[in-house]
Write a protein that binds this ligand. Structure first.
Ligand SMILES: NC(=O)c1ccc[n+]([C@@H]2O[C@H](COP(=O)([O-])OP(=O)(O)OC[C@H]3O[C@@H](n4cnc5c(N)ncnc54)[C@H](O)[C@@H]3O)[C@@H](O)[C@H]2O)c1
Length: 341
């Protein structure tokens, strides 16, 4: 039997970023045992869950982060001394149709985890040393105009029920630090892309619709700008913050990958033209079709990552172009058997 040095709880590890995080952590730090607590909602990947069952360093547990009566005994039983909290409802469009579901998972779920962590860690006398890392988003800062960047001190101004629920959860984490002495860190990251992103998100949608010969939907005029980051680089940033940052610190994570939505769709279509051309030889970009804009659609997000670069020496490992090609190849089926490229 393997002797593990430490056990951490990862929430939402069957989803997009959490699953990539666990694969990377297991490769880089096999001495750490991971409990993956996931409710297996529509956003989870059953294939990942099955793969995790066979991984010696991972214990997948199906359950709800809102269930404090489940979480506290789990922390005790496995002697958990760290939590990395990914689990959330994460799709902005769904938050517009079902805001309360987002408040339940993202706000009450985070409060439930924090409560369990403080209770158990205080009892075990590890409250100051065990760490809670909260995975958040740059969307808490609201929208930028054409100029400027989000820094860690940018005031919160969320626009959607999703970003408002994430902003609330960030504030709860900080309040648990001030009130109970919880040792926490927070990361606010820009838009991720890579393997295992749910089909409903922009990049998988563009690829899927293009390959199916269907219209590729783009909101409004496609001018909205997102700051894209390869998921593996986000995961390495979280690892470095969780293990190396001082308590109570927040880091913005981004790789200067700003692209307009239309520009992004055109880049993907160009890659598909090269890697998997249409039978009629026409460009996939001809399928791009504009649809009514999302209500409250933020114009631009852009991260200033200088704090994490300066203090933790983190840098993106892939250029935007390398990461996008890797992503498109993965959705075309290359490397899928490896689970994580
Ligand atoms: N995707 C991005 O571009 C991005 C960018 C920055 C930050 N984030 C944040 O990163 C985190 C992960 O995002 P993602 O894109 O991987 O999300 P995702 O929707 O792909 O995965 C979410 C996971 O959480 C699980 N989950 C949902 N509700 C749960 C509950 N009540 N209890 C236990 N598990 C539950 C789901 O089953 C799923 O496996 C989120 O907190 C999100 O706000 C995402």
């Amino acid at each position: 039997m393997t002797a593990f040095e430490r056990t951490i709880l990862v929430t939402g590890g069957a989803g997009f970023i959490g699953s990539n995080f666990i694969f990377g952590l297991e490769r880089r730090r096999p001495e750490i045992r991971v409990i993956d607590l996931d409710l297996l909602t529509y956003a989870a990947h059953p294939q990942i869950w099955e793969a995790q069952k066979a991984m010696p360093g991972v214990v997948p547990v199906r359950g709800d982060i809102c269930d404090t009566a489940l979480v506290a005994p789990l922390l005790e039983r496995f002697d958990v001394t760290g939590i990395i909290h990914f689990a959330a409802e994460s799709h902005v469009d769904n938050s517009i149709s079902n805001p309360q579901g987002f408040v339940r998972t993202n706000v009450l779920g985070t409060a439930s985890l924090l409560t369990a962590a403080v209770r158990v860690w205080k009892k075990k006398g590890v409250l100051g040393s065990a760490r809670f890392h909260h995975v958040s988003t740059d969307e808490v800062y609201g929208a930028l105009g054409p100029e400027g960047f989000f820094v860690e001190s940018t005031p919160y101004a969320p626009s959607s029920p999703y970003s408002a629920s994430k902003a609330s959860s960030d504030l709860l984490v900080r309040a648990f630090g001030r009130t109970y002495g919880l040792n926490y860190t927070i990361s606010n990251c820009s838009n991720n892309f890579g393997p295992w992103q749910h089909a409903e998100k922009l990049i998988p949608t563009v690829i899927r619709k293009a390959l199916a010969g269907e219209p590729v939907p783009i909101y409004g005029t496609g001018a909205n700008v997102r700051d894209w980051l390869w998921v593996g680089d986000h995961c390495r940033a979280i690892e470095s913050i969780f293990f190396d940052a001082a308590p109570g610190e927040t880091f913005n994570v981004g790789g200067h990958g700003e692209r307009g939505n239309l520009e992004m769709a055109r880049s993907i279509c160009a890659l598909l033209d090269r890697l998997s051309p249409r039978p009629d030889g026409r460009p996939y970009a001809a399928q791009i079709a504009f649809v009514s804009d999302r209500p409250g659609h933020d114009f631009r997000y852009a991260i200033d990552p200088s704090k994490i670069e300066r203090e933790l020496g983190w840098r993106p490992g892939l250029t935007f172009e390398q990461a996008l090609e890797r992503t498109v190849r993965w959705y075309l089926g290359e490397g899928r058997a490896l689970l994580s490229p």
